[in-house]
Design a protein. Structure first.
Length: 228
């Protein structure tokens, strides 16, 4: 026969399971209807992780002899869950070598609007976007916008330099590493960040699409308008 504590725990866990199910269904519907945004994705991930944490805390609490201890443990977990849901809109910083051997630090870009594109030489979709990124560089460089290609998993800088020359890349290219990929939580290429002043994330695009360039232009214009 279950104790009052175990019944309460089952009820709470059942509610959490329903919440998770609702979140999953909502996430699928959200991505089906709207373009993916980093804030929405990050918030969903944080909430899901927090829910799993709370679920584990309840499991621990059920083994406690004191209902008072269980309540205190769950309350503590709720505080951690709330903290997990608070997401920063700041982009990870970096200090990476450019193809000319000099170093580019994100600190140098903090007052600029930046289009930061994660790409690889073996990624066909990435290569197909080079002409559009060249256009963005030409159209907006005079207005203080920086286009930066961050190459990863593409060999040595000398290899990337040959590739950049072959495809006439007219914007800054830096060489990243596995740590950079991890810091930015990159799971596919290309991934493009539109970053506003103070190095704050404005928009994130995963993959290539026909209207991506025009969407980025709209983002840049909005940021330029807000800046003045």
């Amino acid at each position: 026969m279950k104790t009052n504590g175990s019944i309460v725990g089952d009820v709470i866990k059942g509610g959490i399971a329903g919440l998770v199910g609702t979140c999953v269904i909502g996430k699928v519907a959200f991505y089906a209807e709207y373009e993916q945004t980093p804030k929405a994705k990050a918030l969903w991930v944080a909430q899901f992780k927090g829910t799993r944490l709370l679920h584990r805390c309840i499991d621990v609490g059920l083994y406690a002899k004191s209902d008072r201890f269980m309540r205190a443990l769950i309350l503590t977990c709720l505080l951690f869950v709330g903290a997990a849901g608070q997401q920063s809109d700041r982009v990870p910083s970096f200090s990476l070598p450019k193809l000319d051997g000099q170093t580019l630090r994100s600190e140098e870009l903090k007052n600029s609007i930046v289009v930061l594109d994660f790409w690889a030489t073996w990624c066909e979709s990435c290569v197909s976007e080079i002409p559009e990124l060249n256009k963005l560089q030409k159209e907006y460089s005079s207005r203080g916008v920086k286009v930066v290609g961050l190459a990863v998993q593409s060999g040595w800088a000398s290899d990337i330099q040959k590739f950049a020359k072959q495809f006439n890349m007219r914007y800054t290219v830096v060489v990243g590493n596995d740590g950079t990929v991890s810091d930015f939580e990159i799971i596919s290429f290309p991934t493009t960040y539109v970053i506003g002043p103070d190095w704050k994330l404005y928009k994130k695009y995963s993959g290539a699409s026909e209207n991506k360039g025009n969407s980025i232009r709209q983002n840049i214009e909005a940021l330029l308008k807000a800046k003045h």
